[in-house]
Design a protein around this ligand. Structure first.
Ligand SMILES: Nc1ncnc2c1ncn2[C@@H]1O[C@H](COP(=O)(O)OP(=O)(O)OP(=O)(O)O)[C@@H](O)[C@H]1O
Ligand SMILES: [Mg+2]
Length: 258
């Protein structure tokens, strides 16, 4: 059976752009977006749903028992297909990472589409499993002193995974430029790949629309600029996982040499 890539977005710190990036990558890759963040900071809230609303959560049941949740589909208004989160995922602290790997791998095959996973900030059994399952682990980061220190300790444990650092909210400030050398040292120590940065877009937190920027129809110039940055990161991810646009349709994707 053809394999489909799993792309996990993870970072040691909260509020750093994981969910924003996961949402845009899922939109750009035509992927199913699986939300493993249970406390409201994840893709479910960004999508316009709530992890607290779940009564019988397909994701929770799926992780525990193995049944594949129904894959979400791209909505007409440009939101990527979502498998929503559930607050009770917080109780899965003892789940073995191996089980998370098996589930995500089986679901990506069943769904016949790439999977993008949004995670809770920091470490934990679910995040560790999703990181180990991924063919690309996308790590957004902002250039700050504390952020780089947290990133360094995150990397010490995870340097062997296929990581892709994505500088986020990058504005070329003097402080950021000073920290570039520290970032460069980390990339040398851990042989890290770094994607072109996403800029700082102060309007983004206040944006009312729920569509992914990369899927917005008739975008204005602000959205076009930001969407292009996310598309470039998506292209880097595509190359890293061997996902190429199919010749027959620009919207359908397949894995090269799978
Ligand atoms: N490039 C950017 N420019 C401006 N604002 C941004 C950018 N990326 C993300 N943000 C904003 O930063 C805030 C945090 O982003 P996001 O929710 O994606 O982070 P997170 O790492 O998923 O957070 P959490 O750890 O709470 O889950 C949001 O208000 C988002 O709109
Ligand atoms: Mg989040």
């Amino acid at each position: 059976m053809r394999t489909w890539p799993i792309v996990t977005v993870a970072s040691p710190k909260g509020g750093i752009g994981k969910t924003t990036l996961a949402f845009e990558l899922a939109g750009a890759l035509g992927a199913v977006l699986v939300d493993l963040d249970w406390d409201g900071g994840g893709a479910t809230g960004r999508w316009g749903d709530s992890p607290e609303r779940r009564v019988r959560s397909a994701l929770l049941t799926g992780l525990v028992l193995g049944f594949g949740p129904a894959p979400g589909f791209l909505s007409a208004d440009g939101r990527p297909g979502l498998v929503p989160s559930d607050t009770r995922l917080a109780e899965l602290t003892g789940i073995e990472p191996g089980r998370v790997i098996d589930r995500l791998t089986a679901w990506s095959r069943e769904w016949g589409r790439p999977v993008v996973v949004d995670t809770h900030p920091g470490t934990g059994a679910l995040s560790d499993g999703a990181i180990a399952a991924a063919q690309c682990v996308v790590v957004p980061m902002v250039l700050g002193g504390m952020e780089l220190a947290a990133l360094a300790s995150f990397l010490r444990m995870r340097a062997d995974f296929p990581l892709l650092l994505v500088p986020n909210r990058f504005a070329g400030r003097v402080r950021e430029r000073r920290l570039l050398r520290q970032l460069w040292n980390l990339t040398q120590t851990y042989k890290l790949e770094v994607a072109p940065p996403i800029g700082d877009h102060p309007w983004l937190p206040h944006r009312g629309r729920r569509a992914a920027l990369v899927l917005t129809h008739s975008p204005g110039s602000q959205v076009t600029t930001a969407a292009d940055e996310f598309r470039i990161v998506a292209d880097v991810v595509r190359q890293k996982v061997g996902l190429v646009p199919s010749v027959s349709s620009a919207n359908s994707l397949e894995v090269a040499h799978a």
